[in-house]
Design a protein around this ligand. Structure first.
Ligand code: VGL
Ligand code: ZN
Length: 196
């Protein structure tokens, strides 16, 4: 069984949003067109409480895109984005949302969650692995936003968990902070992820 995981295609990651990914909205049409080709479609939704610890605004003297050391390791600080229930947290209005599962992540104030599988400590599970396994899904195709953060982390975790993982780059867009896209491509290839 082959699952499609659509990562964070939300207004705040699209042009005009709080953490806009260049051309983020360009992924919507290709993703909609792919959905029928899979046995299961899972959407992830970045879903932060106001005042989340990944927001620069939660740290005195810090600006967006600076780094901070959290208990679980280094963390990029972001503009406030995808606040639970806000219009920015909603899926892009043109994205098909007739999916099997919508998985929310990043809902604990003290820890961020780029990956759909684990929070940023790389060990607290979201439950997605169990869902996929109990549905008999062994192959995954990942698409969405952003290539170098949530797509990359999800792909690396999926590969580590033993899924056969493909990332369809035409249906992804990157933030690209200080070479993060090039680094993400290398890391995904080294982990055995197929980039198409
Ligand atoms: C993301 C930064 C912060 C993403 C989410 O979806 O790639 N990036 N939160
Ligand atoms: Zn986030």
């Amino acid at each position: 069984m082959h699952g499609l995981i659509v990562i964070d295609v939300q207004n705040d990651f699209c042009p005009g949003g709080a953490l806009a990914v260049p051309e983020g909205d360009a992924v919507v049409a290709p993703i909609n067109a792919m959905m029928a080709d899979f046995d299961a479609v899972i959407l992830t939704q970045d879903w932060h409480p106001a005042g989340h610890s990944s927001f620069a605004s939660s740290h005195p003297d810090k600006a967006p895109f600076e780094m901070i050391d959290m208990a679980y390791g280094p963390q990029v600080l972001w503009p406030d984005h995808c606040v639970q229930g806000s219009p920015g947290a909603a899926f892009h209005p043109a994205l098909r949302t007739d999916a099997d599962l919508i998985l929310r992540k990043g809902f604990r104030s003290a820890i961020d969650s780029y990956s759909g599988f684990f929070e940023n400590d790389r060990s607290t599970p979201t439950g997605l692995e169990g869902y996929l396994r109990s549905r008999g899904i062994t192959r995954l195709t990942l698409v969405g936003l952003a290539t170098d953060f949530c797509v990359q982390y999800s792909a690396l975790d999926a590969a580590r968990l033993g899924f056969a993982v493909e990332v369809r780059m035409q249906a992804c867009r990157a933030i690209d902070l200080d070479g993060s896209l090039t680094a993400a491509v290398s890391a995904m290839k080294a982990a055995g992820v197929t980039l198409t």
